[in-house]
Ligand binder design. Structure first.
Ligand code: CAO
Length: 423
C-alpha cells in the first residue's frame, strides 16, 4: 500500500516546476495521468537531447511513475475527454501561462461545476498583482524572489544558484498544498484551489534574508564578513559570499589538490562551542585564551586572518581528510561534492536517493529518486512514459470508453495514434 493509493491526478504540467510536483505525488502512490499535446508532448522531451531520437534526461528525470495520454484540449472531442478526466480525477495540476486554461474553456468555476470535489493546483510566476500575467522561468523567479540579490560576493553582480529553487522549489510547495487540501477534503467533502507563485516560493526559501533586511534597521549585521572588514552596509540585505545564513562564521576553504580540482574545497564553520578544538587542530592553541581571539565578538574583525590560518591547514588535507579529523570533534565541515562524486556514491543508491532506471529508448540512466522517505509507503522509481504510451488504456480503463467510442475519438484528431505500451 502507498500513501496516496486511489488518488487520481490529472497532470496538465510541463517543463520543470509542475512536473516535479506531480512526480512526488506519483512516488507517494497517486495515479498520475500526464496530458500532452498530440505529437508534441511536454517540450522538455526534446530539450537538451543527449541521445538522438530518445526522450531527454530533462524529461525522463522529472516524469517518473506517470502515465501519458495524448489529448488536444482545444479540439471539441478533446474537450469532452478532458471533461471526463476532470470528473474522474481528485486533483488537477497545471502550470500553464496565466489565462491558458481559461482560454481552453476550463476556468476554475467551470472545473468546480464538473467536479466539486476536485483540487485544482496551479503554479504561476507571480501571485495576483502587477506582474500576474507574466510568463516566468526559473532564473526570473530567483531574481524576483530575493535570492539573486542576496547571492554572490559583495564586490560582484547578483548570482543565481544552480539549485532550481524557482521551479523544483515551487513544485515542492505546491505538493504540500495539494496534500493538505486532500486532507481537508476528508472533512469538508469539497475541493479547493491551491496556488503557488514562483516568486513566493523563492522568497519563502530566502526567508532569512528578509530577516536580515529588518535587522539592518537596528544596525550593521555583525555576523556578515563585511562587518569585520569595516565595509559599511547599504539599505538592503547585501550579498554575503559564503557566509552562513545562521550567523555562525563559516567559509569555503581550499583543500589539498585545489590547484587542479575545482571542487577540492571544504565548508568550515567556527561556532563558539568548538573554538578551542579548532585552535588545537590548526596548531594555534594560544588563540583559545588570547585577547582579540578568545570570544566570538572579539574575533569578528579577525575572521579573514583566522580563516586564512585554517585554510593553511585544510590545504594540507583532502576535503575528506578534513572531515575525518573534524567530524569526531564536532567541528562542522562539509566537503564540496561534485555531481560526479555524488553520482558515484554507493550509499545514495542504497537509500534510493540515487537510482538507476531502464528506458526503452535510451537504455539505463541515472536519476535522483524520492528525497522524502516514508516508512510505510515505499517508493519504487519507474521510468517516465513515452508520449501517448497510455492513451488507449486511459480512455478504456480510466474513462470507460468502448472500443467504438475510442475509434471515434481517434478519428476526431483529439488524441494521437494509439500506441502499444512499451516494455
Ligand atoms: N492541447 C492543446 N493545447 C495545449 C495543450 C494541449 N494538450 N497543452 C498546452 N496547450 C496550449 C496552451 O493552451 C497554450 O495555448 P494559448 O497560448 O492559446 O493559451 C499553449 O499551448 C502554450 O502554453 P503556455 O503558454 O503555458 O506555454 P509556453 O511555452 O508559451 O510558456 C511557460 C511556458 C513555462 C513560460 C508558461 O507556461 C508559464 O509561465 N507557466 C507558469 C510558470 C511556470 O511554471 N514556469 C516554470 C516553467 S519551468 O522553467
Amino acid at each position: 500500500m502507498k500513501a496516496l493509493d486511489g488518488i487520481k491526478v490529472l497532470d496538465f504540467t510541463h517543463v520543470q516546476s509542475g512536473p516535479t510536483c506531480t512526480q512526488l505525488l506519483a512516488w507517494f502512490g497517486a495515479d498520475v495521468i500526464k496530458v500532452e499535446r498530440p505529437g508534441v508532448g511536454d517540450a522538455t522531451r526534446q530539450q537538451l537531447v543527449d541521445v538522438p531520437g530518445a526522450d531527454s534526461l530533462y524529461f525522463t528525470m522529472l516524469n517518473h511513475n506517470k502515465r501519458s495520454i495524448e489529448l488536444n484540449s482545444k479540439n471539441e472531442t478533446g474537450k469532452a475527454v478532458l471533461t471526463r478526466l476532470i470528473q474522474e480525477c481528485d486533483v488537477l495540476v497545471e502550470n500553464f501561462a496565466p489565462g491558458a486554461l481559461d482560454r481552453m474553456g476550463f476556468s476554475w468555476e467551470r472545473i468546480q461545476e464538473i467536479n466539486p470535489r476536485i483540487i485544482m493546483a496551479s503554479i504561476k510566476g507571480f501571485g495576483p498583482g502587477k506582474y500576474q500575467d507574466c510568463k516566468v522561468y526559473e532564473n526570473v523567479a530567483q531574481c524576483a524572489g530575493g535570492s539573486a540579490s542576496t547571492t554572490g560576493f559583495l564586490d560582484g553582480p547578483p548570482v543565481v544558484t544552480g539549485a532550481q529553487i524557482g521551479d523544483s522549489g515551487t513544485g515542492l510547495h505546491l505538493c504540500v498544498g495539494i496534500v493538505t487540501a486532500l486532507f481537508q477534503r476528508e472533512k469538508s467533502g469539497r475541493g479547493q484551489k491551491v496556488s503557488a507563485a514562483m516568486q513566493d516560493a523563492v522568497l519563502n526559501l530566502a526567508r532569512v534574508k528578509m530577516r536580515d533586511q529588518q535587522r539592518l534597521a537596528a544596525g550593521p549585521l555583525k555576523e556578515y564578513s563585511q562587518f569585520g572588514e569595516g565595509i559599511p552596509f547599504s539599505e538592503a540585505t547585501p550579498r554575503a559570499g559564503n557566509d552562513s545564513g545562521g550567523g555562525q562564521p563559516g567559509r569555503i576553504l581550499k583543500c589539498k589538490g585545489w590547484e587542479t580540482d575545482p571542487n577540492a574545497y571544504t565548508y568550515f564553520i567556527i561556532q563558539a562551542a568548538v573554538w578551542e578544538k579548532v585552535c588545537d587542530v590548526i596548531g594555534e592553541p594560544d588563540w583559545k585564551t588570547a585577547d582579540g581571539f578568545k570570544s566570538p565578538p572579539e574575533r569578528l574583525d579577525k575572521l579573514n586572518q583566522i580563516f586564512e590560518r585554517i585554510e593553511e591547514w585544510t590545504m594540507t588535507k583532502t576535503k575528506f581528510e578534513v572531515m575525518d579529523v573534524c567530524n569526531p570533534l564536532d567541528i562542522p565541515v562539509g566537503p564540496i561534492l561534485s555531481m560526479k562524486e555524488i553520482a558515484e556514491d554507493e550509499g545514495l543508491y542504497a537509500t534510493g536517493t540515487m537510482v538507476k532506471v531502464d528506458h526503452p529508448e535510451r537504455g539505463e540512466y541515472l536519476s535522483v529518486g524520492c528525497p522524502i522517505k516514508l516508512s510505510d509507503s515505499h517508493v519504487e522509481v519507474e521510468r517516465s512514459p513515452l508520449l501517448g504510451e497510455h492513451t488507449a488504456e486511459i480512455l478504456s480503463q480510466v474513462l470507460g470508453y468502448s472500443d467504438d467510442e475510442i475509434q471515434d475519438i481517434v478519428a476526431s484528431g483529439a488524441v494521437g495514434e494509439l500506441k502499444a505500451a512499451a516494455e
